[in-house]
Design a protein around this ligand. Structure first.
Ligand code: BDR
Ligand code: CA
Length: 314
């Protein structure tokens, strides 16, 4: 089993990633940390606790609340057009009585890495602020994670906030740069592969027909939450009948690297303020010099990835 912590700005695809991790037999979910992005950090934390309650896990899996904004910039505010007013597509699920831990996300990450060296896989599916803060507190933790898998950025595919930048890196470039420059064993699951890994209405109908009784409330949540997300991708002329599984793919790859083909490039993050802010600059020259070696996912077996996610719920 994979011992995993997910750090999320709990929006719609983050919720899918968390729900996969909760149900996947190959995963032991060691904790959830929250951050700003799709929604503010208080809402992201509330959403995370509600998802655990929905699955009856609220007393089993600790939640630590993280950063409210970027290291050096202003938080641009919730992305209502993609994730709805409450971050989870305006789906209403019961509030949890549980509270987040009395420590910050960064403190939790430091403690978990030090207490379990070489054991924990950290999957970050929002801004990388919490890990950047954790590395400031204790730089030695960089070598104590088994793996760090991030959903963020793009190598060859277009960006989704600027022509070249993806939201999770654009939203806190300095944090991303700190993570890229650190010694964490990093795998990047970016738009090159997440835009090709998509959920359709047929997948939802399959869940309607085949999911066991105990997962019915979760499947209802998927319906209630995903409408806004499908609408966004249709209205913005990306995809008529499907939506990308950005954040779930990062968790899927963390447990099953055979889903993707990777390439290693030296890479840095543009920390400027112009059109290329938050861009991953991969040095693909024969004699590359800029940045450290980072593993990028370049191709994906999308059918198998989606199948792996659905099978956790069937
Ligand atoms: C990423 O940005 C967030 O809004 C999504 O949850 C995903 O992590 C996609 O660019
Ligand atoms: Ca996310």
């Amino acid at each position: 089993t994979h011992r995993i912590i997910i750090d999320a700005d709990t929006g719609i695809d983050d919720a899918l990633a968390i729900l996969y991790a909760i149900h996947a037999p190959e995963i032991k979910l060691e904790g959830l940390t929250t951050t700003f992005g799709n929604t503010d950090v208080d809402q992201a934390t509330d959403n995370t606790l509600r998802l655990l309650k929905l699955c009856g896990k609220e007393t089993e899996i600790p939640v630590a609340k993280g950063a409210a904004g970027p290291l050096k910039r202003e938080y641009e505010g919730p992305v209502v057009n993609v994730h709805g007013h409450n971050g989870i597509g305006d789906a209403v699920i019961p509030k949890s009585d549980q509270q987040p831990l009395p420590v910050s996300a960064a403190e939790f990450l430091v403690r978990m890495a030090n207490d379990n060296p070489g054991e924990i896989t950290l999957v970050m599916v929002g801004r990388m602020t919490n890990l950047a803060l954790a590395l400031q507190m204790d730089p030695s933790i960089a070598r104590k994670f088994k793996k760090v898998v991030i959903m963020g950025g793009t190598v060859l595919a277009p960006g989704n906030v600027t022509p070249v930048s993806e939201a999770n890196l654009w939203g806190d470039p300095e944090a991303a740069a700190a993570v890229f420059e650190s010694e964490v064993p990093l795998t990047v699951v970016g738009l090159d592969v997440t835009m090709k890994t998509r959920l359709t209405y047929e997948h939802l109908h399959l869940l309607d027909r085949k999911a066991p009784e105990r997962n019915k409330a979760m499947v209802q949540f998927l319906h209630d939450s995903l409408g806004v997300y499908f609408d966004f991708y249709r209205q913005s002329n990306y995809f008529a009948e499907s939506c990308p599984l950005h954040d779930p793919l990062a968790v899927l790859v963390a447990v099953n690297p055979s889903l993707v083909k990777t390439q290693t490039f030296k890479a840095t993050i543009d920390c400027g303020h112009g059109l290329t802010a938050g861009m991953i600059v991969t040095d693909r020259r024969a004699r590359a010099t800029e940045g450290r070696d980072i593993q990028f996912c370049m191709e994906v077996d999308a059918d198998r990835a989606v199948g792996q996610m659905l099978s956790a719920w069937l």
